[in-house]
Write a protein that binds this ligand. Structure first.
Ligand code: DAH
Length: 344
C-alpha cells in the first residue's frame, strides 16, 4: 500500500493539464468513484488494525494533496482560457488612469487672485445676470453710452427702467461691494462676463475678468501704479516693466491703460508684441467721484483706484497662445499642455 501511495504522489507531481476538460478528467482519474485515490481509501478497510493509524493519516494527506493539485490546475487553465478567449495578455501591466487637470483659464484666474491676496485683497463675487444700474448707471455711464446698446449687451429683459442683462464686465461687483462693505475696501472680483461679439482669435462672447478695487483715505495714483507694478512682476517675472497710457472709462478719472514689457523679446520687438516691445494687460484709474457718491461714499473723505483685466488675455500673454478660441474648445491636446503647470 505504501508503494501504491507513492506511485499516486508521483503521478500527481507529473500531472499537467491544458484545458478545463483535461482537469476534470484528471479529477475523475484520481478522486472519482473509480479513481486511484478512492480505490486506496477502499483498500484501507483491509489494512491490519495496528497499521490503521499510520495509513489513515497517509491516505488523508494524499487525498488533500490530490484535491489541492486539481484546484491549482483548475485556476491555471481558467486564467489561460480566459486570456485566450479575450485575446488579451493578462500579465501585462494595466493602463494608467488619466487624471484630470485644471483648465488653463482657472489656473491663471487663481494665480491673479493669489497675487492680490498676498497684497491683502479679499475676494468678492457678484451675479452674472445683473441689472442696468450695477453694470452701467452706478458706474457713471451716460444714458446713451454705446456700451448699453443691443450690439454689445445681451439683455435678459428690456422695456423696464432697470432692465436685466448679462454683465459685460466685472466692474458691477465694485458697485455691489461699495454698497454693502465697510470702508476701507480692498477686493478683487473674478468672474465671467458676456458680450455680443463675433467670435474670433481675439474676441469671444464669453470670457473672464478680474476686477480690483481699493478705497481708503488718501489713496493716490502712485498707490495704483505700485500695485500694478508689483502684480506685473509677480505674474510675468521680476524684470517686467510697466507703462501707463492715458485712456478713458466712465467710472475712473483719470483713467489709464497698462502695458507690460514683452516677456518674449524683452522689449526688443517681436511678432507677439507686434514690434512695439509692449503688451496691453488692463484698464485702470482713480474711481470717479460720481461712482463713489452713487454708492454712498463721500469723495471728499475717501478716494480709491480700480482696475480690470481679462483672464484669457493674461493667459495668452503668459503662455504665448495666439488664438483665444483654444481656451473654449477644450481640445484635450491643448488642455494637457497645462497639466504639469497645475497642482492636482
Ligand atoms: N471694465 C473695463 C472693461 O471691461 C475694465 C476696467 C477698466 C475696469 C478700468 C476698471 C477700470 O476697474 O478702472 O473693459
Amino acid at each position: 500500500m505504501k508503494q501504491a501511495i507513492e506511485q499516486v504522489y508521483r503521478e500527481l507531481e507529473q500531472l499537467k493539464c491544458k484545458t478545463a476538460k483535461e482537469v476534470e478528467e484528471a479529477r475523475i482519474r484520481f478522486l472519482g468513484k473509480k479513481g486511484s485515490v478512492t480505490a486506496l481509501m477502499e483498500q484501507f478497510r483491509s489494512v491490519a488494525p495496528e497499521l490503521k493509524r499510520e495509513f489513515g493519516q497517509k491516505l488523508n494527506e494524499l487525498k488533500n494533496a490530490a484535491t489541492a493539485k486539481i484546484e491549482e490546475l483548475k485556476d491555471g487553465v481558467g486564467a489561460a482560457e480566459m486570456q485566450q478567449a479575450s485575446g488579451e495578455d493578462l500579465t501585462m501591466p494595466g493602463d494608467a488612469m488619466q487624471l484630470g487637470s485644471r483648465h488653463p483659464v482657472s489656473i491663471v484666474r487663481q494665480e491673479i487672485v493669489d497675487i492680490f491676496r498676498k497684497f491683502g485683497y479679499d475676494v468678492a463675487e457678484g451675479p452674472e445676470i445683473e441689472d442696468d444700474y450695477h453694470v452701467f448707471e452706478a458706474l457713471n455711464f451716460p444714458p446713451n453710452h454705446p456700451a448699453r446698446e443691443m450690439q454689445d449687451t445681451f439683455f435678459v429683459s428690456t422695456g423696464h427702467v432697470n432692465p436685466l442683462l448679462l454683465r459685460t464686465h466685472t466692474s458691477s461687483v465694485q458697485v455691489r461691494t461699495m454698497e454693502k462693505e465697510k470702508l476701507p475696501i480692498r477686493v478683487v472680483c473674478p468672474g465671467r462676463v458676456f458680450r455680443n461679439e463675433a467670435i474670433s482669435a481675439r474676441a469671444h462672447c464669453i470670457f473672464h475678468q478680474v476686477e480690483g478695487l481699493y478705497i481708503d483715505k488718501n489713496v493716490t495714483f502712485a498707490d495704483l501704479k505700485q500695485a500694478i507694478l508689483l502684480f506685473a512682476r509677480e505674474m510675468f517675472g521680476a524684470d517686467t516693466q510697466i507703462r501707463m497710457r492715458p485712456s478713458y472709462f466712465p467710472f475712473t478719472e483719470p483713467s489709464a491703460e497698462v502695458d507690460v514689457s514683452c516677456n518674449i523679446c524683452k522689449g526688443k520687438g517681436c511678432n507677439i508684441c507686434k514690434g512695439t516691445g509692449w503688451l496691453e494687460i488692463m484698464g485702470c484709474g482713480m474711481v470717479d467721484p460720481n461712482v463713489l457718491r452713487a454708492s454712498g461714499i463721500d469723495p471728499d473723505v475717501y478716494s480709491g483706484f480700480a482696475f480690470g483685466m481679462g483672464v484669457e488675455r493674461i493667459a495668452m500673454l503668459k503662455w504665448q497662445v495666439n488664438d483665444l478660441r483654444h481656451y473654449f474648445e477644450n481640445d484635450m491636446r491643448f488642455l494637457h499642455e497645462f497639466a504639469t503647470a497645475t497642482e492636482v
